[in-house]
Design a protein around this ligand. Structure first.
Ligand SMILES: C[S@@+](CC[C@H](N)C(=O)[O-])C[C@H]1O[C@@H](n2cnc3c(N)ncnc32)[C@H](O)[C@@H]1O
Length: 371
């Protein structure tokens, strides 16, 4: 799938289209009747999901224009996706400069791909007013980092979480592995806050906080987009422009963290490793399931993630021996009580492994950010 922001040269867009077909006895979409039998082996059509309730299959297919552009070599087939569909890459993607004004219907905020999408995912229209269209954000991301499948995308004012949702769509279009970090507070709409105050609920009360933007919107929207399930457990109804059903969700995972204050002295004494561990995992790329690490150990080298932690200099022989079989490791976090001791320990690790001093470097980064 590839849809592009309008560039200086307008080009035909390549996108998947979708329809539901009744299930025949054959166990796959009835492609003979639709005349698309020959498209399946090429990956130009794919059956994605059976809906036993309606007795239908979702079928996604490319339009003739897109197939002609593949045949002309303007679009490259890079491989096959989960359902056998061709993974497409438009040559020169990311090289077109988008125009300042966009006026496509799919980009309108507060409409089908803003408010209606959010309502389909949350089952509630009032959670967030005037969300951006997920396609406006996806096409913005595509213009900026369409050619970088490993990009890290950050949105410090996440609101309803449109940016993460757009990242999912972009990844789905080219098998990308882009990651997205959202940050938001849990602020409430002024009138809602005033009404809750009148009923005796104030900031900090669960009844009050439940109406904040994170709890009522960001978290449930992101969860529903990925799982395909609304907060009430029902499958979200509807389909994206490429025919993918909302209920299909996406293969990405997501984790929610609370940003909080810790006592710097307790941090320096190593008493908050478990609270800091997610940051170390993120700094090393957020790869793999985060294993529980015991800070009383001499060292740790989680099997599924590319980092290690040296808690005690006595763990040096152990971590060095274990690293021989771990060429994937990019970061080693070293707990040291002085710069000299850190420099000494760090010199045992060779580039490209990056060494980071705990907990001083972490604290200094935060102090620097505050000043
Ligand atoms: C305009 S909305 C973003 C809308 C979002 N792009 C969308 O379409 O879904 C801005 C969000 O930033 C959040 N926000 C405002 N001040 C903040 C702060 N200091 N830290 C974190 N988030 C903040 C607000 O709660 C609000 O939801």
């Amino acid at each position: 799938m590839r849809t592009r922001a309008r560039g200086r040269r307008t080009r035909a867009t390549t996108s998947w289209h979708g329809r539901s077909e009744p299930t025949g006895g054959s166990g796959s979409g009835d492609s003979t009747r639709s005349g698309s039998q020959k498209l399946y082996p090429l990956g130009y059509a794919a059956s994605t999901k059976r809906d036993p309730r309606r007795g239908t299959w979702s079928v996604r297919y490319l339009l003739d224009g897109a197939i002609q552009r593949i045949e002309k070599g303007e679009i490259e087939v890079k491989g096959r996706g989960l359902h056998g569909e061709a993974v497409l890459s438009e040559k020169g993607r990311g090289k077109v400069i988008p125009k300042t004004m966009w006026h496509r219907g799919r980009h309108a905020a507060g409409a089908t791909w803003g408010t209606n999408l959010l309502t389909a995912l949350l089952g509630d229209a009032s959670a967030f007013s005037y969300p951006k269209s997920v396609y406006a954000v996806r096409d913005t991301l595509s213009a900026a980092i369409g050619d970088r499948p490993d990009a890290l995308i950050m949105d410090f004012f996440a609101g309803s979480g449109t940016t993460l949702h757009a990242t999912l769509l972009l990844n789905a279009s080219d098998e990308g592995r882009r990651r997205c970090i959202l940050v938001t507070n849990n602020e409430l709409n002024y009138q809602v806050a005033a009404r809750l105050n009148r009923h005796g609920h104030f900031r900090g009360d669960p009844e009050f906080e439940a109406h904040g933007v994170f709890q009522a919107s960001t978290r449930p929207r992101v969860t529903a987009a990925i799982t395909g399930l609304r907060p009430d457990g029902q499958p979200a109804e509807g389909a994206y422009l490429d025919g993918r059903e909302f209920a299909e969700g996406f293969p990405e995972n997501v984790e929610f963290f609370t940003l909080d204050y810790l006592d710097p002295i307790a941090v320096e004494m190593g008493l908050h490793f478990r609270e800091l561990h997610p940051l170390l995992w993120l700094a090393a790329g957020g790869v793999g399931d985060r294993e529980d690490i015991d800070p009383a150990a001499r060292f740790a080298l989680p099997a599924g993630s590319p980092y290690g932690v040296l808690f005690n200099p006595s763990g040096m022989p152990g971590i060095q021996a274990a690293l021989k079989d771990r060429l994937d490791v990019t970061h080693v976090f070293i707990v040291a009580d002085s710069e000299a001791s850190f420099a000494d320990l760090a010199s045992a690790f060779l580039p490209p492994v990056k060494t980071v001093c705990l907990y001083r470097e972490y604290l200094e980064t935060l102090r620097g950010a505050r000043e």
